[in-house]
Design a binder for this molecule. Sequence first.
Ligand code: COA
Length: 261
Amino acid sequence: MAETKNILSEEKEGILYLTVNRESKLNALNFDTLEEIRNIFNEVVDNKEIKGVIITGSGEKSFIAGADISEIAELNELNARKFAENGQEVFSLIENCHKPVIAVINGFALGGGCELAMACHMRVAVANAKFGQPEVNLGIIPGYGGTQRLTFLIGRGKANELMMTGDMIGAEEAKRLGLVNHILATKEEAIAQAEDILKKIMTKAPLAIGMIVDCVNSVYNREENGYQTEANSFARCVKSGDYKEGTSAFLEKRKPIFKGE
Ligand code: COA
């Protein structure tokens, strides 16, 4: 993995564990941290050892308390657009990654933190998690894809309420709204839950998993016909050795061994 200052990374048994490590700033995302995330995900694509990713925040109090407000306070109109586009680009890398990415949300997931969590394929919350898009308190709006992903995830009415009031919600409410998949009592248990999900996915055909990512994301792309993407992706799967292995294994009444080919 690339050298990083603000992200701890460790690969174990096919899972890459990423921890945003700016605990004294509640793991706020500054420009350098975003660039580190970009470089890591560019590497994850080609790294055959890595089959899935878990992202969390350092400590118990906060996942990520937003973009770094000391940098936001210095923006002007020209670089503000670039600031938002840059964050959107990095989060799209996460969203489009062909390997499953799970956010384990410990504590505050605010602003860019909630946006990063929403860019992941799934979210597992610790009971103390708190979600919100409090940008209106700073005179701005979410800029890293939050207006879009929050609306897709929880619907227009609730997304408007959260973004316009800047209110925070707890883990139970987030689960009720469909923002998180699971809630666990502690960070350790939440990581174990994310590991269980990834380990199960790792027994499936990797190409098919990547195709699911593309097809699900195509729902959100107004320029794409998702049904066409699905049919094309289905055909791509059928060209793979894993398709032959999966169907043969079923007929031969044995467990398939997928190679990602
Ligand atoms: N950017 C930069 N620094 C941040 C930050 C952010 N988004 N969120 C927290 N911090 C820093 C604080 O400035 C403080 O630093 P200091 O000790 O050097 O003064 C440190 O993290 C601890 O935060 P603090 O506010 O003292 O903790 P708290 O428990 O009283 O409050 C929050 C926690 C999350 C409610 C509060 O920090 C907060 O509202 N943060 C901003 C959230 C936000 O608006 N995010 C969206 C940004 S677009």
